[in-house]
Design a protein around this ligand. Sequence first.
Ligand code: HPA
Length: 234
Amino acid sequence: MSIHISAKKGEIAKVVLQPGDPLRAKYIAENFLEDAKLVSQTRGILYYTGLYKGKEISVGASGMGFPSIGIYSFELFTEYDVDTIIRIGTCGAYTTDLKVYDLLNVENAASESTYAKFAWGIEEESISHQGNIFNTINETAKEMSLTAKATNIHSSDIFYRKDPAIPAIATKYNCPAVEMEAFGLFANAKHLGKNAATILTVSDIIPTHENISADQREKALKPMIELALEAGIK
Ligand code: HPA
């Protein structure tokens, strides 16, 4: 047990898929894994461990934002000896160059957040994916005939804001889309020498307000889930 995860030692696999939403973790466990066992439900943040194509893998939620993914990814890496975390989430596009359903493999996450600086003394505004899992995802996407664009992402603390203009940091680091967790995950993995990647599905186009509706989401996220599972068991 750790402070925020009630699984016993050994009940979490070396590779963890991390969606933001606990019910998405449940959906993945129930529809993609065999012999999935619920190993933690502290605070309703569900973690499952099961088999994908005969290999052990875990799936559990990060919650939203750096404080939440910061806690869960740190405890997974340090208390459960997890080697690799693949975040699977959605993002909003700043530009109509991206389309809803596009898949992105995050190369660097840029943020105005002080999380990395005050947690680990990491001063950079932009932190890259960690370890080899990013490359494994690229190779796996090719094998599956999926396009997962290598992209920089704006990781923001803010969902609602007054000013509709694209934030300066997104322009500075060439980030066509925004989400709220990758920077925190990459900071933890960098500090701890672990592997971390983030795969995103574009769920909304901010300038046009086009989005994937709630009832389209399960189907929309299937390629991302399968890509993460296939890369995760390599
Ligand atoms: N902002 C931040 N995170 C997001 C968004 C957004 O517009 N869409 C999906 N995740």
